[in-house]
Design a binder for this molecule. Structure first.
Ligand code: HH2
Length: 346
């Protein structure tokens, strides 16, 4: 029997007796629904619940590479690929990547560098080629003095190791350590934070697997199992970030359900990352065929993620997302600019 707890998040005003949701300074909760085997079992107030679960839902998550996770952090997407669905071919090679990274470093907290597209139907990239695309870019960013935490978006252990060696800090694995049997060891030995994202099969075939009885329950169960696998491989709990994998083997309806119920993932006790930026369902629902036209819908979804207590928002439109988040934070009476890292996180 599986049990999960769906807190009801509240933003902007905190009622008496409400707890911070996953350590947030903008989102709280005081009640929610326990769901057993997909059936809504009981509506519970915090005071009626197991104190351990209450604590797990409320505790502030460990800082990530010096970034306090008590507010949503922006992860800027920098794909150095020829074929990514939105920014493919735009930032290839260290010079073009560095130009975009310099701007993004002012607008985003974390830079996510990817050398292989994971869009549906994408071809595999040989690991030597993926290393040649990513490691020199990371080295160039560091040589230029860009100090933001950098994540490497890869499924491959050798690519992750080369990126960490070149100056990356975080491993972002869309297969949650399932693709490469060596990945868990590389992450554990480096002591690096890791993003465990839900996906099924591989990019070429994933859309054949978009079938769930209860998508939130199944993604939750999968992530719980991947956290256990990461812990067993020696990765520390406070280095694990979870991600429901929007658009990976999911229809628009699945994506909406996961975003609507995103707060359900906080009971796993790890920071939650939401990566919905410019994805197909935003175009389908928002009426924007081309990926670059999906900025407004992407910002709307990022704010929905923030309201559910997501700690990391992975986005292409860093400037617009930052502006939206500043307003969202100000509404909660918090006028602190979010900027990036070291400045305000001493
Ligand atoms: N989405 C993409 C790639 N990496 N990583 C995480 N953790 N979460 C995501 O949702 C996610 C991800 C796909 O988007 P993008 O990088 O823009 O495109 P492509 O895979 O075509 O390069």
């Amino acid at each position: 029997m599986t049990t999960r707890f769906q807190p009801v998040p509240m933003t902007h005003r905190r009622s008496d007796g409400a707890w911070p949701l996953a350590g947030s300074r903008h989102v709280w909760w005081e009640a929610g629904t326990a769901i057993r085997d997909g059936c809504r079992a009981e509506y519970l107030r915090a005071g009626e619940m197991d104190p351990g679960l209450c604590q797990r839902l409320s505790a502030r998550r460990a800082d990530l590479c010096g970034l306090a996770l008590d507010r949503p952090r922006i992860m800027g997407i920098l794909n150095v690929t020829p074929d990514s669905f939105s920014d493919g071919g735009r930032h290839q090679g260290p010079e073009a990547a560095l130009a975009r990274a310099r701007v993004m470093a002012q607008e985003a907290d974390i830079l996510d560098i990817g050398g292989e597209s994971t869009r549906p139907g994408a071809d595999d990239v040989p690991e030597g080629e993926e290393i040649a695309r990513t490691a020199p870019v990371i080295r160039a960013l560091r040589a230029a003095g860009i100090a933001n935490p950098i994540s490497i978006d890869t499924r491959k252990a050798r690519v992750a190791a080369a990126a960490l060696e070149a100056g990356a800090d975080i491993v972002n694995d869309v297969t949650a350590l399932r693709f490469d049997p060596d990945m868990a060891r590389v992450v554990a030995e480096a002591g690096a934070p890791v993003v465990l994202m839900h996906s099924l099969a591989d990019p070429r075939t994933m859309n054949d697997h978009a079938s769930y009885r209860d998508v939130v329950a199944e993604v939750h169960e999968h992530l719980a199992e991947r956290i256990e696998a990461a812990l067993a491989a020696g990765i520390a709990q406070d280095r694990i970030i979870t991600d429901p994998g929007i658009g990976f083997a999911k229809t628009a309806a699945h994506n909406l359900a996961l975003i609507r119920d995103l707060a359900a993932f906080h009971d796993l006790g790890c920071p939650v990352l939401l990566g919905a930026s410019r994805k197909r369902f935003i175009g389908e629902i928002g009426g924007a065929d081309r990926a670059p036209e999906r900025m407004a819908g992407s910002v709307a979804v990022a704010l929905a993620g923030a309201a559910a207590g997501a700690q990391i928002l992975r986005v292409h439109d860093t400037y617009e997302t930052r502006q939206a988040l500043r307003l969202w934070q100000a509404l909660a009476g918090d006028n602190e600019k979010d900027g990036n890292g070291a400045e305000h996180d001493a």
